[in-house]
Design a protein around this ligand. Structure first.
Ligand code: GLV
Length: 311
């Protein structure tokens, strides 16, 4: 089989795949066009439309990430080629840590103490117990479920929400529109780990933000398009004084890198990180990619992405 690899670290992937699949021909997207053509499989993170269009014999695509939005929105994507995505693959642990940090940032008042330090102000705030700090996790896929379970094990009451009903031990699971309303009314930190689909586009709008309790916080290691940015800024209010929404920690944006003139960079109660919450470690992802390629070859692809659902 011939495998074409496209990613920032394509050479490492090519070498690792060639070692694990000695009978395969593995080339990167930097190879001359004649060598790239007629691949059986594409293993890629955000391939360009021309690269997809030049492939006419693809039997499968392995998305080198958990989110398939960039691939499904690619105008060069061929119809009817099955797509497999990474599931957790070492990302869930670091994302759970990112969220944990974010929840503690607000629950233990690090935002307030940071502002006080700038004024050399020594003032202790009464600590809110974890048991009184419910956290909501929207999206209960491989990553969201791990995040919800981690926070629950840490002692936070956790509410989870998914499109279809799910059951997770120790998590109050909600689904559907009514479930989302109920969850939003309860949680002091809201964590977004939903896929970017037409159904989740700006799900967190002015109405959703207004449902959150006064002083709630937002943590988004998921996708930028889940949030209506104007509504977010309005709910935060300007400056240091805490608005209805206390603060937001954001790792994903509709346009990345976040444009230099975005107001998100300078808002004093927004913390911006450069899509670093869950790096994809090659080691763990490699096993999944090899398994996916072997399953494609054996004629029984693993659970594939549903382009109609968008994830
Ligand atoms: C990263 O954002 C991914 O979807 O894997």
């Amino acid at each position: 089989m011939k495998v074409l690899v496209h990613s920032d670290d394509a050479e490492q992937w090519r070498d690792a795949l060639a070692e694990r699949l000695p009978d395969a021909t593995v080339v990167t997207s930097a190879a001359p066009a004649a060598e790239r053509r007629d691949a059986d499989y594409l293993v890629a993170w955000k391939p360009g439309a021309p690269l997809l269009r030049e492939q006419t014999h693809l039997k499968g695509i392995v998305n080198l990430g958990a989110g398939v939005d960039a691939l499904l929105n690619n105008p060069g994507l061929p119809a009817d080629v099955p797509i497999v995505k990474l599931r957790d693959a070492g990302m869930a642990g670091p994302i759970a840590d990112y969220v944990r940090y974010g929840v503690l940032h607000f629950q233990r008042d690090f935002d307030r103490y940071g502002r006080q330090q700038a004024r050399a102000e020594w003032r202790e705030h009464a600590m809110v117990d974890k048991a009184d700090w419910p956290v909501g996790v929207l999206g209960l896929g491989a990553i969201g479920a791990r995040v919800a379970e981690t926070l629950a094990a840490d002692g936070f009451p956790v509410h989870g929400w998914s499109r279809t009903p799910k059951a997770l031990e120790g998590i109050a699971c909600h689904h559907g529109e009514a479930g989302l309303e109920a969850l939003l009314g309860e949680v002091m930190s809201l964590v977004l780990l939903l896929p970017d689909t037409p159904a989740t586009d700006r799900l967190i709008d002015a109405r959703a933000l207004a449902r959150l309790p006064e002083g709630a916080s937002l943590i988004n290691p998921g996708r930028g398009r889940l949030i209506d940015e104007a509504a977010l800024l309005a709910a935060l209010g300007p400056g240091d004084a805490e608005g209805r929404l206390r603060g937001a920690i954001l790792d994903a944006f509709p346009e990345e890198p976040l444009p230099a003139d975005s107001p998100l960079w300078t808002h004093p109660r927004i913390w911006v990180t450069p899509h670093m919450a869950g790096p994809t470690p090659l080691g763990e992802a490699l096993n999944q990619v090899v398994e996916s390629l072997e399953a494609f070859e054996a004629g029984h692809p693993q659970a594939t992405v549903d382009p109609a659902a968008g994830y």
